[in-house]
Design a protein around this ligand. Structure first.
Ligand SMILES: Nc1ncnc2c1ncn2[C@@H]1O[C@H](COP(=O)(O)OP(=O)(O)OP(=O)(O)O)[C@@H](O)[C@H]1O
Ligand SMILES: [Mg+2]
Ligand SMILES: [Zn+2]
Length: 505
């Protein structure tokens, strides 16, 4: 007997439909799966066989051939266990073919026949909806992400047995549809109110958060760089619904949503250690999974002790910083993952840490300083819009214990500025000033004559690149938005230039 059941597989950040065909023939007992299966699917043979047996179903004593179509699509993961098992039950006549028509099944089987969660359920359910499938069956542990998709009935049977009973007698209810709830950053342990003084750095972080600009903090040990950077998430504006859905899809593919009641509704903040490998940063593996740059999409990628990262790791950041996506090439094709993040870096100015310090003497040799600073190549530093010196905290600031501005107060201004940007840019698919392309910069960031003169002067004096020209204008746009000004004033441009070049002076 022949049976046909629908499944899904993740491909990059999306889902793709898989048709599972099962054929039973007379002959020596055997169980073959064809159609480019990966290791997980070969193992699925054993799981399906045992799960069927332990759920009290017969396992056919014939030759079973399972074909996963389309053949040229690389299938990934164990989520095809369930449609394969259902296909076998249909071909055995336990289930009528009509009962599985127009339904998609996703899930891994345990040996006792329990349906286990898999990665990528959100994009797979989205794909099923795109194909016009009315009913989707997903593991209980993935119910939260499945229920985000409307106009599809999502069921979460616990076991193969329960699923078969439901298919025969319709005894389960679909999950209620859930809206993605957007949360503002939590008022938690960390708050800018804990940081005394450091007015200039706080202002720079506020601009970075408002426009999504990259920022580098340079200062001597203990000046508070890590402390300041860790508070950046507390002043970020909430995500738009589109942004939240993108991020949730990424975390679904990366398998980071399983068993979590919480969906991703806050901007991600990732801080990989400096020993991070290339593939962990950019994404990798036989079937690529997203790396840190993609996991920080729409949020912050924080690289503390910046020069400690290997040169190769820093260089690969160039593509995502420019294009806002990464490409990973594999034999079976190239994968594109989104990677639009705010890069925040912290470093000491030299190996000993005290170059330019107001009190302590630097003990490094000039050659060592040069080698240390060269680590961050021109092209990379060119992409960092705000380069700020973090000075030693003054004793009177530390000791004064005067009330500092809270994160909530700063965030109110950031959100106002971000809303202005959204009004201007959302219809173009852009959510912040930093993400504007060259054309959009020309359209929205026109300085007046005085501003132009200022730019020209800075260009000649500081040897700025063409790329930094656009980047300064974007930062100036954000400063104007924070001030609620429609036009970019010379003072906005002056501040943008100053913030870009501060630590070199
Ligand atoms: N402005 C400040 N207000 C209050 N406390 C501060 C301030 N700056 C630094 N501190 C205190 O100093 C500690 C060390 O700061 P932090 O770890 O951020 O320094 P750092 O610049 O990252 O140093 P390193 O270069 O060694 O990594 C903080 O945990 C905090 O307790
Ligand atoms: Mg630190
Ligand atoms: Zn030094």
């Amino acid at each position: 007997m022949y049976a046909k059941v629908l499944g899904e597989t993740p491909v990059g950040l999306n889902g793709a439909g898989v048709i599972v065909e099962v054929d039973l023939e007379r002959g020596l007992p055997g169980f073959e799966i064809v159609g480019l299966p990966d290791m997980a699917i070969r193992e699925s043979r054993e799981r399906v066989r045992t799960a069927l047996k332990n759920s009290g179903f017969p396992f056919p004593q014939n030759r079973i051939t399972v074909n996963l179509a389309p053949a040229n699509l690389r299938k990934d993961g164990s989520g095809l266990d369930l449609p394969i098992a259902i296909g076998i039950l249909v071909s055995l006549g336990v289930l009528p073919q009509a009962k599985v028509q127009n339904k998609v099944f996703i899930g891994e089987l345990s040996l006792e026949g329990v349906i286990r969660e898999v990665s990528g359920v959100l994009p797979m359910v989205l794909e099923a909806r795109r194909q016009g499938i009315p009913e989707v069956y997903v593991p209980v542990g993935n119910g939260e992400e499945g229920s985000l998709v409307d106009s599809v009935s999502v069921f979460t049977p616990r076991s193969l047995k329960e699923l078969v009973a439901h298919l025969l007698r319709a005894c389960l209810e679909p999950l209620p549809h859930k809206e993605l709830e957007l949360l503002e950053a939590e008022q938690g342990e960390t708050d800018f109110a804990d940081v005394h003084g450091q007015k200039v750095v706080k202002r720079a972080l506020e601009i970075a958060a408002a426009g999504g600009h990259n920022i580098l903090l340079v200062g001597s040990p203990g000046s508070g760089k890590t402390m300041l950077a860790r508070r950046l998430p507390t002043i970020l504006p909430p995500m738009t619904e589109e942004e939240a859905l993108e991020v949730t899809k990424i975390y679904s593919i990366a398998g980071l949503l399983n068993n979590k009641a919480q969906l991703i509704n806050q901007r991600p903040f990732r801080s990989p250690h400096h020993t991070v490998t290339l593939s962990a940063l950019i994404g990798g593996g036989l079937v690529p999974v997203p790396g840190e740059v993609t996991l920080s999409h729409n949020g912050v990628l924080f690289l503390d002790e910046f020069p400690e990262f290997s040169r190769a790791v820093l260089e690969v950041l160039r593509q995502p910083l420019e294009d806002h996506f990464v490409t990973i090439n594999r034999i079976q094709g190239s994968y594109v993952f989104p990677a639009s993040f705010l890069l925040c870096c912290a470093e000491n100015p030299c190996p000993c840490g005290y170059l330019g310090d107001e009190v302590k003497q630097c003990t490094c040799r000039p050659a060592d300083i040069e080698r240390y600073q060269r680590k961050i190549s021109g092209p990379l530093s060119d992409r960092i819009d705000l380069q700020v010196h973090v000075p030693r905290v003054e004793y009177k600031d530390l000791q004064a214990r005067k009330a500092e501005e809270t994160s909530a107060q700063i965030r109110t201004r950031v959100c106002a500025a971000r809303n202005i940007q959204l009004k201007r840019l959302r219809s173009l698919g852009v959510y912040c000033n930093a993400a504007m392309n060259h054309r959009q910069v020309e359209r929205f960031c026109k300085p007046d004559a005085a501003g132009n003169a200022l730019m020209e002067n800075a260009f000649c004096r500081l040897g700025l690149s063409a790329r930094s020209y656009d980047r300064i204008l974007k930062v100036a746009r954000t400063i104007a938005d924070l001030a609620g000004s429609d036009i970019i004033l010379p003072s906005h441009i002056a501040e943008a230039i100053q913030l870009r070049t501060q630590q070199n002076q």
